[in-house]
Design a protein around this ligand. Sequence first.
Ligand code: ZN
Ligand code: ZN
Ligand code: ZN
Ligand code: ZN
Length: 463
Amino acid sequence: MAAPMDCLEPLEGEGSAERRASGVEVALPSDPAAPAPLCPHGPTLLFVKVSPGKEATRRFYACSACRDRKDCNFFQWEDEKLSEARLAAREIHNQRCQPPLSRAQCIERYLSFIQLPLTQRKFCRSCQQLLLPADWREHREHQLMADISIPQLGRPSRLLFPLENKKTHAQYLFTDRSCQFLAGLLATLGFRRVLCVGAPRYSQFYLEESFCRYNMFNHHFFDGEAALEVCKAFVQEEEGEGLIMVTDPPFGGLVEPLAVTFKKLIAMWKEGQSQDDSHKELPIFWIFPYFFESRICQFFPSFCMLDYQVDYDNHALYKHGKTGRKQSPVRIFTNIPPNKIILPSEEGYRFCSLCQRYVSRENQHCVHCNSCTSKDGRKWSHCFLCKKCVKPSWLHCNTCDRCALPDHSCSGPKDGCFICGALDHKRSTCPNISSSRRANKAVRKQKQRKRSKIRREALKDNP
Ligand code: ZN
Ligand code: ZN
Ligand code: ZN
Ligand code: ZN
C-alpha cells in the first residue's frame, strides 16, 4: 500500500499532521482483552471522532487500513451488540472480499507460468494478471503483453501500473534515482535481506517463502498462522543477521497503529537473536514525510531523519515546480547512525562534521541551534526571539510571540496543550492523556480555531 498524499498538510507542531481533516483518532479499547471485530482487512481499530466544538463522541470500530468508507464501510459502535444473523452476514461478506486467487493458487500459477516457453508468457495489462494458456480466451480482447522474461517477473512494479485516485491503495513509485540510491545504500551497508513492509498486489510474483499478504495497520496475516510462520522464518534466518526492514506506508495512515505494528515485527526479530545480542536493534528505514518527525521519534527515540529527499515518479504534487527544483517532503527515518549513510554529492548533499551527518545543499549549520536545522531542504534562518530556526518565509510576530507567515491572522499567545490547557507541552505528550475523553468544549473550540488557522497557513506556505 502506498500514499494518499492528497490529505497531506505540512503542519507545525507535534502530531498535528495526524489530526487531519477527518478529526478521527485511534483509541485504546476499554477492555484490552476483548478481540476487535473483523473486517475484510483483519481486526478493526477503535476510533474516536473529535469533531470541533463537540464532546468526544461514542467510540467505534472501523477498518484499520482504509481511510475512505468507499473502500471499506465497516462500522460498529464499541458497545454495540450484534445479532447472530448480522455476525453471520459479516462473516460471509469478509470471505467474499478476499482476493479471487488464494496465496496457494498464486504460487501454483507462478510455477506453471515460468515453465512456459517465453512466447507463451503473457500478462494482461487490463486485469493486471499473469495469464496461463487456459486464461487467454477470456482475455483476448484485453491489452496483453507477451514474452515476459524472468527479469521482468523480478520487477513487478514495472509490469503493474500504479493504482491511482484511490485513497487506500493509491500507489506512488520511487523514481529510478531514488531506487538506485536506496538499493546502493542497502548494499553498501552490508544488508543481505530486506523485509519490505507494504507491497500489495505482488502475490502472483513471489513464492511462498518470500511473500505474505499482510496488513501493516493491525499486524494481520491474511493467510493465518502459516503465513506468520513464513514471516518469522525469514526475519529470524541467520539469527536475524544482515536483515533490514524497509517500509513506505500510506501517508494518510496514522503513525500510532504503524508504530505498534513495527514494534511487533521488531519483537519477532528479537526472538531470533541469541542472548548476548539483546542490545541490538533491527535496522529500519521508514519512508515518510518530514513533518511526521516528532511523531515518529516519539515512538522510536533512536530514529533520526535523513535529509535525503525520496522522489516519486507519478505524483503530480512533486513534479518540478516553478523553481525547476523538485522538492519532495518525503524522507527516510532510520535507527542506523546517520554518519554511516552517505548521501549523493552529485545531488548537492554534503557532510556536516559538527552534526556528523549528510545534509542537503541549502541546509546550513546554525551555530545558535548547533545543528543543521532545515527540514524541508530550503535555507532556514535563526530567530533569536523563538530561539530556533524557522522557515525562510516566516517573520517573527510580536502579537503571536512566535514566527509565522507575514500575512497570518494573529491569535495572541500560542495555544497550549489541547487536553489540559497547560502551555508547557502539547497534546501528544500530555501527562493527563487518559482523561482525554473528558476534554471540555472550550478546549475543542480552541483546537478548532487553531486547526483552521494552521490549515490556512499551510495552504499559503506550500511551496
Ligand atoms: Zn484481462
Ligand atoms: Zn550541522
Ligand atoms: Zn538556529
Ligand atoms: Zn520568532
